[in-house]
Ligand binder design. Sequence first.
Ligand code: HEC
Ligand code: HEC
Length: 368
Amino acid sequence: MTKVYVWSLFTRLFHILLVIAVGVVFIIAEIENLLSYHAIIGYTIGLLFLFRIIWGFMDVRYSKFKDFNFNIKDLTKYMFSIFGEKKEYTGHNPASSWAIIAMIILGLGSVVSGVIVYGTQEGMGVLSFLNTSLFKDMDLFEDLHELFANAFMAVIFVHIAGVALDKVLHKSDSVGSMIGGYKDGEAKSLELTISQKMFGVLWIGLSIGFTLYLLSTPSNILIADNNRAIDYKVEHKLFYDECISCHTLYPPHLLPKKSWIAMMDNLQNHFGDDASLNEKDTNSIKEYLVKNSSEDSTKEASFKILKSMEGNATLAITETPYWKKRHKEIDKNLFKLKKVGNISNCKACHKNIEQGLLNDKDIKIPQG
Ligand code: HEC
Ligand code: HEC
């Protein structure tokens, strides 16, 4: 048997870059303070899939969509023959043809929904302007993003299982061909034209270059943090001076009006301390807190704390269900560290909470 050149350098580069990018994006998805990197690699995945789509419409033997086999009869036949005498395909077999299309749709769906969540929930990136109008739907977009990502992962899993099974049952070396480019067989080898080569170099180069560019410019419009830092000292000096004297300055948008009113009406008995002020100052701070409460904020923390409170007037942020849920996995010993002291010392881990910022990327866990 002779060797057939089936996967061009660019198809293989696309494949290996995608494997790496998707691996990294999934591994860091749950790590809050790596969110910007998650977003950057998401954009890379988007670019890689765009490459694959255009590549599929270029006249590249075995890689073009025209050479895919979408025939349902062939697919069932192929699936039933996996454990028996399997028909060998030089290019994509019916199962991988379908899998690739599914991966392109689900992968791009993950990227687009991810950009929407990044904007509506975090107030970051190109769609950050959507935060003010669509923040009430942030949970919906997040669910959608997870749905796409999990379905994408499921197809990848089936794809890997299929390749492994093929290797065990039929000793076929699809992994080797996706790395080296060659398969055993008698079919015709692919040949790239000059313009296809140029397109490949340009787009794969662009995907890598663009990733490096985003990594080096955190203020780039695609990943930029558009949450404005608030100078509470300028906004309301009295609130700042009084409410930072014993603890972290808690941003007003972290509690609803009801809670602030109840707290300000009982300052002489404030969590066991007497924090009372004269009536004028009390009313001035109360008014400021009420005007800037969770109800009037579109931030993720405000929206989710408020929703979790279900109309209760809990006084402590740390007693709200959302706060508890987000901190339940934190090692309790951390709160005992000298640097932290107690759970209410937010700024030990949220470095710019006193500027009203609670971004995932700014979470920093102190080390013992
Ligand atoms: C005399 C000291 C003192 C002053 C002044 C003070 N507080 Fe407190 N506050 C406390 C103590 C003590 C707690 C309990 C948590 C802790 O130990 O930090 C607390 C807790 C809180 C909490 C709940 C924190 C949590 O765990 O979720 C909020 C909200 C709060 N204070 C708001 C205010 C505001 C608003 C002002 C300004 C009007 C203010 N505090 C002024 C002593 C003070
Ligand atoms: C010992 C460190 C630590 C302390 C202290 C702490 N947090 Fe956190 N906080 C975290 C970590 C870690 C996360 C991310 C948890 C996760 O993975 O979901 C988080 C998540 C959050 C979130 C969700 C993030 C978001 O974008 O909505 C909010 C809101 C929050 N913290 C508010 C507070 C407030 C308010 C305080 C003080 C009353 C506080 N935290 C104290 C470590 C801390």
